[in-house]
Design a protein. Sequence first.
Length: 295
Amino acid sequence: MTNTDFYLQKWTSITVSHRITGEDRTKIPAAEREETPTQSKGDSMKDAAAFRDRLKQILKPIPRMRSAYHFAARQYQYVLSKVRTPEDIFTDIYRGNKFCGTDSVSGPGSDLFQTRVVRNELITVCHYFAVHVMLDIPCGDFHWMKHVDLEGIDYIGADIVMDLIQKISSQYEASNIHFRKLNLMHDKLPKVDLVFCRDCLVHLSFKDAFTALHNMCDSGSTYLLTTTFTSRAHNRDIATGQWRTLNLEVPPFSFPPPLKTVNEECSEGDGAFRDKSLALWRVEDIGESLTKHST
């Protein structure tokens, strides 16, 4: 790291994370306190967004500054995760297309090519394990799922983003296809044969991921089919709304071996995520695992 990178990193960290407490504020001269207007939460967030965008414009063209910019961006996301709810975070991602999808606002992993294996294997799993009622959470924009043959399956698509639910409900609601706004972490989930949770836990902090898993277990559902990266030796924590790979069979999750694993044949990142898979567990087994590793 260069001296410039070091000082910019230090300055960015202080700028993003510093908060003036009541005790600190009394140390500021009265004249300065009077001249400093009190900002609302919304105004502060707008200023933070403007700062982020300006910093990006300045630093991105300079190769030696890019690492500092990415560090600042991670710090910015971390702070936002502390002051905003998951619903705020994912609604903002949806409205700004921040997953950078071209075919789907759910991101490039939801285009028809990246879901070519999933579309076939999902129905195979449903038939083999006698799935008649499925909860797809988060369902996103239903872009690729509309190409899946859901005949004979009662499908419930749920998402935390109300804008999405309103849009896809008006487009795709059918006798066996229904949509609901649900928060995976805190809303009561319906009891179903299969909870399908693709590309979700990878966007949640450890804390939020465990909250979501406990909530799924509380639903009394039978199976969970969810994303895991089978070759990863370690998991790292993030702020909710960011992304990283997760291997659910290693700490801190330490799930038992799955009943079935489907490799998605993911080609994103020039093959860097070729181990991306969907794995099937009994929800009851996950509950036992969570209890075992929390004691």
